[in-house]
Design a binder for this molecule. Structure first.
Ligand code: CMX
Length: 438
């Protein structure tokens, strides 16, 4: 059985060839034009970067190497005793474009578990941070500091050849992913449950099984399964979203993967991006507090209008690219529908009812291009129900997950020799001059 690294090594030459052909045969082909609205509109819709693992269709949602979320749920191996696809099997698909066997996925779990222990100085660093520092800030600090042991950085200093970039990047990426559960769990323990002993990494568990254990929810099989699905689903969402793009940009300077991913985490920490799942729960709970149980559709409608009229966005709705309900939202909703304990929760019921009325309200409001829910509309509410109630922590879980896609592209960027990113910017005066002269 081949390992992930060996499988990757096998698929790299064909991709390098594909890129070479694009460069030599199609370098001047035109695939779109740039309008002023793109330049002032946050580059929405501009086709301007390479990203190998996934492509987002506005109506169909995300596909990972062509596979939809339901396809992945069918073919990607679960953890022993579980049903949901694992982070490892999703990583394998993202990196190689192939579906791993259960044995390959298991081997990868064992490799990650064997590399998962944090260096002592990282533990001390995290323990020295104030409990009041936002968990995302702490995560970024920890990830950046892991570059103390960066293989890429030390090989670069010694003058490695370009053809070796990807192997050192790969080594850093696997170490980074392996250490994320211990790092993220330590932050959770320090901030919310200080003083309790953190268990050791279990060599027989998958990445998320260990993460749940380290968080202190080891016995909670429902939460473990939910987190497996959540982490696989949030793994990648093509390259232009703020966190993925940040990782790609910083990585393009040949900063090592730890630095690149730490930068990405701070993009994820913004309320328009990853922080939205904490905002959704806060918003849902404020609604529940104001309206009580057995809320009617009309009451929700009124509450939605109140939010909109106060100039706020409805968290969990809208998207930069999607123009339909997010299939990740649908997959999480289906997870809820299949579990009576979740359907009995008033918060989950409220998510469902909100989904039944919010698109019409947002359409009537008329601003957002996508009046449908994104993944954040439900993700935090399930965590809350399963006992992970500290919503300031939710984006950290997203941060553990998004590493899957970011590290995949970091490896591919180095394997393909992609250059430093450097788009052209213009001042408004320069833009006006250009418009006049064209
Ligand atoms: N509620 C109210 N207004 C909204 C809205 C929402 N959920 N979504 C978009 N709008 C508004 C925008 O604020 C914008 O208003 P202005 O013209 O006054 O600036 C207008 O509609 C047009 O925006 P858009 O083109 O439809 O959306 P963008 O690409 O600019 O932004 C996003 C996308 C996600 C930031 C936005 O929809 C939003 O703020 N949603 C709520 C926060 C959220 O759920 N974020 C999670 C995103 C998912 C992820 O990161 O994975």
């Amino acid at each position: 059985t081949k390992t992930l690294r060996e499988t990757l090594q096998d698929v790299i030459p064909a991709k390098q060839e594909q890129l070479k052909k694009l460069k030599t045969e199609h370098a001047q082909a035109v695939v779109g034009d740039i309008k002023v609205e793109n330049i002032i509109g946050g580059m929405r819709g501009l086709k301007s970067m390479l990203w190998e693992a996934s492509v987002l269709d506005p109506n169909e949602g995300i596909r990972f190497h062509g596979l939809t979320i339901p396809d992945c749920q069918k073919v990607l191996p679960p953890a022993p005793g579980g049903k949901e696809m694992t982070a490892e099997s999703m990583l394998w698909l993202l990196m190689t474009g192939q579906v791993p066997t259960a044995e390959q996925s298991r081997q990868l779990s064992q490799e990650l578990a064997s590399k998962g222990q944090l260096p002592a100085f990282i533990e001390q660093l995290i323990d020295s941070l104030p409990q009041t520092l936002h968990p995302m800030t702490q995560l970024g600090i920890g990830v950046a500091a892991l570059n103390h042991d960066s293989s890429f950085q030390s090989a670069y200093e010694k003058g490695m050849k370009k053809s070796e970039y990807w192997t050192h990047t790969y080594e850093d990426c696997i170490n980074l992913l392996a250490r994320l559960p211990a790092l993220a769990a330590r932050i959770y323990r320090n901030v919310y449950h200080p003083g309790k002993e953190i268990p050791a990494i279990d060599k027989d568990l998958d990445l998320v099984g260990n993460y749940t254990n380290l968080l202190g929810f080891g016995g909670n099989k429902n939460l473990t399964e939910y987190l497996r699905l959540y982490i696989a689903l949030h793994g990648d969402h093509e390259g232009g979203n703020a966190s993925a793009h940040t990782s790609h940009l910083v990585g393009s300077t040949l900063a090592d993967p730890y630095l690149a991913y730490s930068a990405a985490l701070y993009a994820l920490a913004g309320p328009l991006h990853g922080l939205a799942n904490q905002e959704v729960l806060r918003w849902q709970q404020a609604m529940q507090k104001e309206l009580g149980d057995n809320v009617t559709h009309d009451q929700i409608k009124e509450y939605l209008w109140k939010t909109l009229k106060s100039g706020q966005v409805v968290p969990g709705y809208g998207h930069g690219v999607l123009r339909q309900a997010d299939p990740r939202f649908i997959a999480l909703q289906e997870f809820c529908e299949s579990r009576p304990e979740l359907m009995a929760s008033s918060t989950i019921q409220l998510v469902k009812k909100t989904y039944e009325v919010a698109p019409d309200v947002l359409k009537e409001h008329g601003k957002t291009k996508n009046p449908y829910p994104n993944v954040d509309a439900t993700s935090g509410c399930v965590l809350y129900h399963y006992g992970l109630t500290e919503y300031k922590y939710y984006t950290v879980i997203f941060g553990v997950s998004r590493a899957l896609g970011a590290i995949t592209q970091l490896v591919w960027s180095r394997a393909l020799g992609l250059p430093l990113e450097r788009p052209k910017s213009l001042s408004m005066d320069a833009l006006e001059k250009l418009i006049k002269s064209s």
